[in-house]
Design a binder for this molecule. Structure first.
Ligand code: ZN
Ligand code: ZN
Length: 332
């Protein structure tokens, strides 16, 4: 057997890179063998989902001076802040899959039609899983808007191979990247993993982001487990309280399989509190069926968790496609 080579990134080992693969320091193992995968797929019952759910579609303003997040669906959000238009993990495709004819299919339409997008300055791309890195959408965005794609280490190699001329900048955890117009992005740690093919597990880094602008700041978690919660408290300490926190609330069952890599709604509320964010919005639910919980369970469990912790409901709604959220206002 030859030595394993990382085709995306080469560097000396560090505190979250072993020379070939990235890892989550001090966190539970995210790798799962075939046995666990089969146990999940064969023994655990996945709840049925509706084939289609009607959702709203909106036409966003071209510019927002303050801070507004409009949900496209799953982890895709249009964040407008301080005159910047930024998309998180944009997926407009029918399926979150390497294949156009198989894999999880969306059950609701994007909350913003692709053609209705305002000029996009930047894309925050958290990791290379197919429900986050959708090459068809990124190619289309590059053609129509030419945005700067900000992504953690190694993902640039994947993007450059697929999209000639793509504008991409990578950062390691805690690196700050200037995106122009007074905006800055900090790449922040997440407890997750990555894989695009059968042979590149954890070879490109995963992350969350903090977008800091003159109109306010937004935290986008990407995909993450909770673990010891240290990375979220550290965001608060190093960068400050975000005005808005986009937090995943779906794709969490079964817990024995998912908990190192995906938070549940209760843990999402804990992250909101760790960050001391002004307001949270629940994302990563209700669009693609990736795991076993029923489609409508994440918002129900979110409400329960908020009630149990004495947090007002309007401080952390489950985001709906086509609706907009601002730090100090009800959804519209
Ligand atoms: Zn993922
Ligand atoms: Zn995901």
């Amino acid at each position: 057997m030859g030595k394993t080579v990382n085709p995306y990134h080469s560097a000396l080992p560090g505190d979250h890179f072993d020379g070939v693969r990235f890892f989550n320091p001090g966190h539970a193992e995210t790798d799962r063998g075939l046995r666990d995968l089969l146990r999940w797929r064969l023994r655990e019952k996945a709840a049925p989902w509706p084939r289609w759910v009607a959702s709203r579609q909106t036409v966003p303003d071209a510019l927002v001076a303050g801070l507004r997040a409009t949900i496209v669906g799953h982890a895709s959000v249009l964040v407008q802040a301080g005159g910047l238009n930024v998309l998180t993990d944009p997926v407009w495709s029918e399926r979150a899959s390497p294949l156009s004819f198989a894999g999880p299919r969306r059950v609701s339409a994007p909350g913003i039609a692709f053609e209705a997008l305002p000029p996009i300055d930047a894309v925050l791309l958290s990791h290379n899983h197919y429900d986050h890195m959708d090459m068809a959408t990124l190619r289309r965005l590059h053609g129509a808007h030419g945005p700067l794609i900000v992504t953690p280490l190694g993902n640039d190699a994947i993007l450059r191979r697929a999209i000639p001329g793509v504008r991409v900048v990578t950062g390691d955890w805690w690196e700050r990247i200037d995106i122009g117009k007074g905006g800055e992005v900090t790449v922040v740690p997440a407890y997750h993993w990555s894989a695009r093919t059968g042979r590149d597990r954890r070879m490109a880094l995963w992350s969350g982001f903090v977008l800091s602008t003159t109109g306010g700041s937004a935290y986008f978690a990407g995909d993450t487990g909770y673990g010891d919660g240290r990375i979220f408290r550290e965001v608060r300490q190093r960068i400050g309280r975000p005005d808005l926190a986009l937090l995943p609330i779906g794709a969490y069952e079964p817990r024995w399989f998912m908990s190192p890599q995906h938070v549940d709604p209760n843990e999402a509320v804990q992250i909101l509190e760790d960050l001391e964010a002004i307001r949270g919005v629940g994302i990563h639910w209700g669009v693609f069926r990736l795991t076993n919980e029923p489609r409508d369970q994440p918002p129900e469990l979110l409400l329960e968790a908020l009630a149990r912790r004495g947090v007002a409901e309007e401080l952390f709604p489950a985001g709906e496609p086509g609706l907009s959220y601002e730090p100090g206002r009800e959804s519209s």
